[in-house]
Design a protein around this ligand. Structure first.
Ligand SMILES: N[C@@H](CCC(=O)N[C@@H](CS)C(=O)NCC(=O)O)C(=O)O
Length: 239
């Protein structure tokens, strides 16, 4: 099995952690998103959506992190708690996985782009009102994770970690990597994070996040002119 990944990306980190944690053998095919490798001819044959992660298992190519993890869970019969067979527990996991794309992923990513990458690409800081609006969206999403999805349970689907927690933590780490401490003043979320890290294993968690957590340093020396290819898309998406 080949996995096309860039650990700068949240969905790539969830796929990577899931495969590693479950001892699923794969070839790590690095696809450098900031260098635009997703737009190359070769990657187009793997994933015409031109997004990472992507998977190739024999002749079978698959896009979308959630679909990839469910494929791996079913193919390799990973422990039940990741994607429970129980109807209602599985529905809880699916509920979160369905919500998160627009519910938090968008807002966490936006903070990362507004704080770190966009100033580098357009050459100026993002206006304060724009940042404040984005922070408000992120805070509302995190509140929903605590109140609707986590409630007083150890994990989103109950007593054990599932794909929902894995997908949630990698997204929350994206604004953290941009310097926004999402866990500060949120003891419940912080305790959940500790449980998720322990369930994944601290070494694996840190290994998967080491690249993104160095993003603030990395961006300082990044050549903004090489990222001009993203400018039209960014202006459309964020302004
Ligand atoms: N819904 C997709 C999202 C994939 C995605 O948006 N990947 C981003 C990185 S986080 C990407 O490849 N972006 C490259 C681009 O848009 O050019 C998934 O869960 O796999």
């Amino acid at each position: 099995m080949e996995l096309y990944l860039d650990l700068f990306s949240q969905p790539c980190r969830s796929v990577y952690i899931f495969a590693k944690k479950n001892n699923i053998q794969f070839d790590f095919k690095k696809i450098s998103l900031l260098e635009g490798e997703q737009y190359g001819e070769d990657f187009g044959k793997i994933n015409l959506l031109r997004k990472a992660p992507a998977m190739k298992d024999g002749d079978f190519c698959l896009a979308e992190s959630i679909a990839i993890m469910i494929y791996m869970a079913e193919k390799f019969h990973t422990p039940d708690h990741w994607f429970p067979a129980d109807l209602q527990k599985r529905a809880r996991v699916n509920e979160y996985l369905s919500w998160q794309h627009m519910g938090i992923r968008m807002h966490g990513s936006k903070i990362f782009w507004l704080k770190l990458l966009i100033p580098k690409i357009i050459g100026t800081e993002v206006p304060k009102e724009k940042m404040d609006d984005a922070m408000e969206d992120l805070n509302n999403s995190v509140k929903l994770i605590e109140e609707k999805f986590l409630q007083d349970k150890p994990f989103i689907a109950g007593d054990q970690i599932s794909l929902a927690d894995l997908v949630a933590i990698v997204e929350i780490m994206q604004p953290v990597a941009a310097g926004v401490d999402v866990f500060e003043g949120r003891p419940k979320l912080n305790a959940w994070k500790e449980r998720v890290q322990n369930a994944i294993g601290k070494d694996l968690f840190d290994e998967a996040h080491q690249h993104i957590l160095s993003a603030q340093e990395m961006v300082k020396t990044m050549d903004g002119s090489k990222m001009q290819v993203f400018k039209p898309k960014i202006l459309r998406m964020f302004f």
